[in-house]
Design a protein around this ligand. Structure first.
Ligand code: URA
Length: 291
């Protein structure tokens, strides 16, 4: 293993000390993880995967061959409502803190048993509306529910959710103090990236939720969240590392926890993003037990 330059060694030592302080939080797994993280360059393919924003056109062969057109037992499709995202300034028109839970409930009712896009017809079990504190200062946006979320109706409850919980804990917060939602509320089949029409149809509700919660900061998890929150197809490497403006509120971009599970070496980079968020929110890391 190539020895690290002193500056990098110092950074890693600081990180490691901090990880130890977090005691029991598995955000950074071990010294070995950190050493590997520092020694190996990111495999080219994975780095490209991380920074690539893919806006795909509709597949030529349907992912799920059963469709209302081929299967008469299926309910007819409702037309896709290609509603452009509303122009909202999240910084205006506050809803009183004690009324926000009810306001979110109203949005949930408006969504109903949604059939506004094809995800409703492609194996969805539960609509995953969003979860957390209606008055949260920090709001995370992911891509879309996976199998566990689809089953439970709650965002980020699978393996990626466990890591997100650890990331939140590393920031000195608990999951109950933040709000978590996704670009799309229904599971895309085989966890594919949501199609633009699905994302654009669904984000109208996400934007309403954000308008109710009025967080001080949004963290976009991964390229899909960054693309649709910022309306930018720029790569994660361009969007990360700074506080962005997002419709009158502030937003930072970091890696999606599922990507960090695939390439744990990027956790150090994600930690930099979370530190930027903590700085912005004046959060201090959790104290070492006994100090
Ligand atoms: N990945 C996401 O983007 N959202 C979830 O809710 C779970 C996994």
């Amino acid at each position: 293993m190539t020895p690290l330059p002193p500056e990098q060694r110092q950074q890693l030592a600081t990180l490691l000390a901090y990880c130890r302080e977090m005691g029991g939080i598995d955000f950074y797994r071990s010294e070995k993880d950190l050493a590997e993280m520092a020694a190996d360059p990111v495999p080219a393919q994975t780095a490209a995967e991380a920074s690539q924003v893919t806006i795909r056109s509709a597949p030529s062969t349907p992912l799920n061959p059963a469709s209302p057109e081929t299967d008469p037992t299926m309910p007819p499709r409702k037309p896709n409502l290609l509603t452009p995202p509303p122009i909202i300034d999240f910084s205006s028109s506050a809803i009183a803190p004690q009324e926000r839970a009810a306001a979110l409930q109203t949005i949930r009712q408006e969504i109903g048993d949604c059939t506004r896009c094809q995800l409703a017809f492609e194996g969805r079990h539960k609509i995953v509306f969003g979860d957390g504190d209606p008055n949260a200062e920090l709001l995370f946006v992911g891509e879309g529910p996976g199998a566990d979320e689809d089953e439970q109706g709650v965002p980020f409850v699978g393996r990626a959710g466990q890591l997100l919980n650890n990331m939140i804990a590393a920031m000195g917060l608990g999951r109950e103090r933040v709000y978590i939602a996704n670009i799309v509320k229904c599971r895309p089949p085989k966890n594919r990236v949501p199609e633009p029409d699905e994302a654009l149809t669904c984000t109208q509700f996400l934007f309403q939720q954000i308008g109710v919660v009025r967080p001080k900061l949004i963290v976009a998890l991964g390229a899909t969240a960054a693309t649709y929150m910022l309306g930018s197809k720029a790569s994660l490497s361009v969007l990360r590392g700074k506080v962005q403006d997002c419709m009158g509120t502030k937003l930072i971009v970091t890696y999606h926890p599922a990507y960090l599970l695939r390439d744990p070496r990027q956790k150090a980079e994600a930690w930099k993003d979370l530190q930027l968020a903590m700085q912005f929110l004046n959060l201090t890391p959790p104290k070492r037990a006994g100090s």
